[in-house]
Design a protein around this ligand. Sequence first.
Ligand code: UGA
Length: 448
Amino acid sequence: MSQSVSTIGVGYVGVSTSVGFAAKGCKVLAYDKDLAKTNLLIEGLSPFYERELEEHLQRVRRDGFFEIASNVEEAVKNTDITFVTVGTPSRADGTINLDYIKASTTDIGKALVKKEGYHLVVVKSTVIPGTTVNMVKPLLEKTSNRQCGEDFGLCMNPEFLREGSGLYDTIHPDRIVIGEYDRKSGDTLESLYNHFHREEKPPIVRTNLSTAELIKYANNAFLATKISYINSIANICEKIPETDIKTVAKAIGLDKRINPKFLRAGLGYGGSCFPKDLKALIAFSKQNNYHPSLLKAVQKVNQQQIDHVIDRIETQLGELTNKKICLLGLSFKPDTDDMREARSIPIINQLLAKGARIAVYDPIAISNAKVIFGNEVEYASSVPECLENSECCILVTEWSEFKELEPEDFIKKMKTPLLVDGRRIFDPEIFGQKLKYVAIGLGPPKIG
Ligand code: UGA
């Protein structure tokens, strides 16, 4: 591959993008101001957990396709295309903080001053519509004293990677969205992807910068909407004897216009993306005098799902003071140790406020959870230890090791076996007969 690539920011998007391009034979230079992260990468270790990522990382390091730059100038000067993959965290009012975008854009601009020939800058970070054209472009022009379109190109290329499968999603995207400042910028980026996806080329949507930015938000907001929608129907199921959301979701998912994905009812969505992106899209809409009622309802349903599950526990147990409740799974989804906006957080906070004693177990997120809960909860190192003497168990994250559990595992250890299946992983026929089994979206049994 002739083009070489640099990435600024080695969060999961930066690492997945870097390792993905390097695995396809492209020379990659990555930079991050956080030396702790880049030092790990130099050692072939990932700064976050993702199955099999380190194997690929070590291979591309060994083959010399993935190097770490010690500053942005080195990264820009020695490559043809620079991807901006820095974080855009939420501010208290829901808008996004663009400090990292501004800082990296400034550094790239300064590096362009010393660079011979054409260079393409690609914003991959999630940014609100208008950011690339109204902020990144003028800042690059000011700091480089060069002109966008003439001396350097500019694209906005959103990513749709899921945490935990970032590398797989980089290599097998459903589509590629290229927002371009001008045709040359778009052609340059498309040719990089043409090489990347030589064997099986995904559809490529070429558009302008702001549309590409909006596509990212619209995509995540739609997926979050599907989740809140199915959770609303799940709550209706709970009012109708002998209904089950899983059957409803399966049947509606078979409608090709709906499709089966993101129809798993449960405790709602968490993570570093859906909550943040929804907040940002709502804040952006309001700033532009549009009140997005649907998006606000999606958020509200997601929050209410937690109150709903706590209500159901109180209906079963009464007062929660001093009752031991245990949680299986803490991370926002399985196969990650990421606790950002995890559903376990509001559940634990509400239960603690009601005086319950909490024990928790997660296969890998315990150390991150300790930062959040300190010594307010008991940390168990196994499922049986977590269940010991508890009066209620809430299945919060559907790790595969929990799917192996049998009713007896709960009965043997718990003081009163009440199981709340927050992710619908257990069979109601089997569990419903042997213990008190409360499940999201499961209607009551037939009366009489
Ligand atoms: C999400 C999107 O899926 C990615 O396409 C996007 O690139 C990424 O955000 C991002 O913006 O960077 P991610 O946050 O890693 O990816 O997680 P998902 O696998 O989408 O799950 C998000 C949450 O929804 C999890 O808490 C999960 O438990 C929940 N979920 C998912 C459900 O409750 N039901 C479902 O049917 C699916």
